[in-house]
Design a protein. Structure first.
Length: 396
């Protein structure tokens, strides 16, 4: 359980946050990030690229950087929107010659996040030595690329209808259109397509503004992007294996396509939430104290260094074990020497070994910690109560 996690998007749909990365590192044995331009900007502003690359060097986590962006291209022909699936990238700032090449585009991304051109060049060089750069349009994640795979999805009317239904249920003002929904895709000779549906976008957006005037209009373009992102998630999850973390909206759509693909991830996420609700009921979430900067990431790394036994105990649970149940079972377990104080155990151990061999007894201190853990009985609540809760305590 909790062996490997792939992170692509924040649960809210925006770029990954530092707090979400920290939570993943605390529970999972292996954490792999799928970075894009938004993630680079978020990490740069919350942690700094030098510090992030240091995490990769120390093998705290691994990553891949995807240089292109998945987008929908929509144009109105008369009153009917025509859509296309495209992948693109920013090639330069205003009034400058367009840049080409993956390294040059990475440098541009870093400059747009606040680094000088010289610093961006140095950081890009360090970045590509540690993190491979791939593209959605390549064969890396799926043969033929993400765009072709997503276009093939559009031929499955049942899937498209189910995916759009889930999307509407989460959209303010559009919930009613999820009932008795009808959706069809008409492919055109120029490679674009038209969406035919029972959704009245004018009525839906009027309701949307009445409920919250700050919300932007919801359009067919949002549907196309959601379908494209969900396809990318399916293929990335299939490519890497392990649990997969992305936006809640995309997860809902992926489940329509592959009900079993995110089943294990859903179990893990549910168990982690139960653990927070029960074992850490009076404490804020780890991501909150990191994202609010109440605790720095360097402080979190010190906590992470002390979490090895806890993380190993979680990892060694069976694939169908219940995290909360196993945690409390282990926490209540009593070792046969647990009533002795640490000094007393060391004295007994040293005396016993010395009786056999004085030379060995004098040199056994290096094994004390390991033997104490086994005999006195280390339990996961030792870390939670002694380290994690003080870290999360806002009043400390």
């Amino acid at each position: 359980m909790f062996e490997k996690l792939i992170l692509r998007r924040s649960e809210s749909g925006i770029a990954l946050t530092l707090g979400e990365i920290a939570e993943a590192l605390l529970f999972y044995q292996s954490v792999h990030l799928v970075l894009d331009s938004r993630s680079i900007d978020s990490i740069t502003k919350s942690l700094g690229m030098q510090e992030f690359l240091a995490l990769v060097r120390r093998r705290r986590l691994s990553a891949v950087y995807v240089s292109d962006m998945l987008m929908a291209h929509s144009t109105n022909v008369g009153s009917i929107p025509h859509h296309g699936l495209v992948a693109g990238f920013l090639s330069g700032n205003a009034n400058e010659r367009p840049r080409t090449g993956r390294r040059a585009l990475l440098e541009l991304n870093l400059e747009r996040s606040g680094y000088s051109r010289g610093d961006a060049r140095k950081l890009a060089g360090q970045f590509i030595e540690l993190i491979p750069i791939k593209a959605y349009t390549s064969d890396h994640f799926v043969a033929g690329g993400i765009l072709n795979s997503a276009k093939a999805d559009l031929n499955d009317e049942a899937y498209v209808t189910g995916a759009v239904r889930h999307l509407l249920q989460d959209q303010v003002g559009f919930e009613a259109f999820a009932d008795n929904l009808r959706v069809g895709i008409v492919h055109l000779d120029d490679g674009s397509f038209v969406i035919r549906s029972s959704i009245d976008f004018v009525v839906g957006n009027v309701r949307r503004k009445q409920m919250d005037p700050a919300l932007e209009d919801f359009t067919e373009g949002h549907i196309v992007v959601a379908l494209l992102d969900a396809n990318a998630d399916v293929n990335i999850a299939s490519h890497y294996g392990g649990d997969f973390y992305t936006s809640s909206t995309s997860s809902d759509i992926v489940r329509v396509r592959c009900s079993e693909l995110l089943r294990r991830t859903g179990i893990s996420a549910s168990q982690l939430q139960q653990f927070r609700d029960i074992a850490l009921a009076d404490y804020p979430a780890l991501r909150e104290v990191i994202n609010s900067k109440e605790r720095s990431f360097s402080e979190f790394e010190r906590l992470l260094d002390q979490s090895e036994k806890f993380r190993r105990s979680v990892h060694e649970m069976g694939p169908d074990a219940n995290l909360v149940e196993e945690y409390f079972k282990e926490s209540m377990r009593v070792g046969w020497m647990s009533s002795l104080p640490a000094k007393g155990i060391r004295f007994v151990l040293g005396l016993g070994i010395s009786a056999v061999s004085p030379a060995v007894g004098a040199g056994c201190s290096a094994a004390d910690a390991f033997l104490l853990d086994k005999l006195k009985g280390w339990r996961p609540n030792h870390f939670v109560d002694g380290k994690l809760k003080p870290f999360l305590d806002r009043d400390r």
